[in-house]
Design a protein around this ligand. Structure first.
Ligand SMILES: *Cc1c(COP(=O)(O)O)cnc(C)c1O
Length: 245
């Protein structure tokens, strides 16, 4: 039998979601409990890049309350069709010149990786008379290829961002290096937890450390055990993507 490479059929994707959703929520509940929290304390963000809006809306009907898109263009092209009962986050890298298009269209931008970007989000938010919630993205593995702030610069940069009146820092986000072993992931997740706790303890004005967004399909339970309260899961919910982003 040849392996089927593409799953284009909406009904088939919905079926994959149905098969996966209960298990993912169950595992989240167990990990939450193990980490001394309640299932409701952990937010499952469905990472919906490349997933057709019909499938996303099926997921929302089934109980998903938070979705995340990577690309401004993709999000805007789907915007009119999303079931609006779910909250939307931007989780992908954002270029300064795209900020104008996205501000006001999502309730949180998780991928803020510079004062320059935060300044532009703040400026555009003020124009609309809103405050945009943001997470600061940390490059916890110090990888050249990845965006995100160096951990040892996080406090300084968050303090700078905190003076901007059109944005509100609500926590931290990270995409750790791809690891062979789960123990290596745990090390990065632990470092994130420590940074999160350190920055919380500084009690920087106008900064909330409410959310720690980390963990994806292969490691969301480990991330929860290390303190994550947003996990971003795509493949484990919707199946393998037809094309990379
Ligand atoms: C795609 C993506 C995810 C989810 O990845 P999966 O491995 O499919 O679960 C999470 N976070 C970000 C930023 C992503 O781009």
């Amino acid at each position: 039998m040849t392996e089927k490479l593409l799953i284009d059929d909406i009904a088939e994707r919905c079926k994959i979601f149905d098969e996966n959703y209960a298990e993912v929520t169950e595992r989240i509940a167990i990990a939450a409990k193990k980490s001394g929290r309640r299932a409701e304390d952990i937010h499952l963000l469905a990472a919906t890049k490349t997933i057709p809006v019909e499938v996303i809306n099926h997921a929302i009907k089934s109980g998903v309350t938070l979705i995340g898109e990577n690309r401004v263009q993709e999000l805007l092209s789907k915007l009119d069709y999303y079931d609006k009962s779910a909250t939307r986050h931007l989780i992908g890298h954002l270029q300064t010149n795209k900020v104008r298009q996205i501000v006001g269209k999502v309730s949180m931008i998780e991928s803020v990786d510079s004062v320059k970007l935060a300044t532009e989000i703040s400026r555009r938010s003020e124009e609309l008379g809103i405050v945009t919630d943001i997470l600061v993205e940390i490059n916890i593995g110090g990888e050249e290829s990845k965006s995100g702030i160096k951990p040892d610069e996080a406090e300084k940069i968050i303090t700078e961002i905190s003076s901007l009146s059109g944005v509100k820092v609500e926590g931290l986000m990270t995409i750790p290096p791809i690891c062979e072993k789960i123990e290596e992931n745990l090390r990065y997740f632990d470092q994130m937890r420590n940074l999160f706790v350190d920055i919380s303890a500084k009690k920087i004005d106008n900064v909330n450390m409410s959310y720690l967004s980390m963990g994806m399909s292969d490691d969301y339970e480990a991330a929860i055990l290390c303190g994550a309260n947003i996990v971003r899961v795509g493949t484990r919910l919707f199946g393998r993507r037809n094309y990379p982003v």
